[in-house]
Write a protein of this length. Structure first.
Ligand SMILES: N[C@@H](CCC(=O)N[C@@H](CS)C(=O)NCC(=O)O)C(=O)O
Length: 217
């Protein structure tokens, strides 16, 4: 059964892959599963029909037969658990890869999202100028720790996994800030992930929504 995911009809990032449907597209491409995309407008996301799939009125969602999921982490985990390619077979290595998924979402991503909120949603507030350096330091703290753990390895724990997928997508949001550039091994890690054919296919597909051009054109 071909799953259907939802994505922005008009992505605020102009197709740069920052919207979280990118995680789901990338995971589906990594495991070689075809999928359909239903595009939703900002107003449609808040309508009851979409809220029945996503209580918070957001994207992405994932429908597969009578199963409907929301939360990009849960969707990627579901895909990874049911298709080979994103989680190791060994039970302990699998648990460690899942741990990295949670680390990406719960430990590394929150200060990165704080930076985005401070810049774009609260940029005109009087406290923003004082707050930004604090947020940036919190990000640097996490990046420093992550950089030490990654060291010279290609991926966080052995082969590429759903943990790397989630981590790389969280880190990509930092590119415009220049903060990632302070950690050359993390920059190389993100570039390595972006060079994966599955990433490229997913990126092209979500960009095509913005440009209106099919990836193969
Ligand atoms: N924790 C959720 C976050 C979902 C989320 O923030 N989605 C954004 C797009 S990346 C969205 O729909 N924003 C529009 C809105 O919240 O109204 C996940 O990982 O799926």
């Amino acid at each position: 059964m071909i799953p259907t995911i939802t994505a922005f009809e008009s992505s605020p990032d102009r197709g740069q892959g920052l919207a979280r449907d990118m995680r789901v597209r990338w995971a589906l491409e990594e495991v070689g599963l075809p999928y359909q995309v239903r595009l939703v407008s900002f107003s449609a996301m808040k309508e009851p029909a979409h809220r029945a799939l996503h209580p918070f009125g957001q994207i992405p969602t994932y429908e597969e037969g009578d199963l409907a999921l929301f939360e990009s982490g849960a969707i990627v985990l579901h895909i990874a658990q049911h298709h080979a390619g994103l989680l190791p077979d060994d039970t302990k290595a699998r648990a460690r890869a899942i741990t990295w998924m949670f680390a990406a979402l719960n430990t590394v991503e929150p200060p990165i999202l704080d930076l985005q909120t401070a810049k774009f949603a609260e940029g005109d507030k009087p406290w923003t100028a004082e707050r930004l350096p604090l947020i940036k330091d919190r990000i640097r703290h996490r990046l420093g720790e992550l950089s030490i753990r990654l060291g010279n390895a290609d991926w966080l724990d052995g082969a590429f996994s759903a943990g790397d997928l989630m981590m790389v997508h969280a880190l990509q949001r930092l590119k415009p800030s220049g903060l990632l550039d302070e950690y050359p091994n993390l920059t190389a890690y993100v570039a390595r992930a972006e060079a994966r054919p599955a990433f490229q296919r997913a990126f092209a597909a979500q960009l095509a929504v913005f440009t209106g051009r099919h990836p193969a054109d």
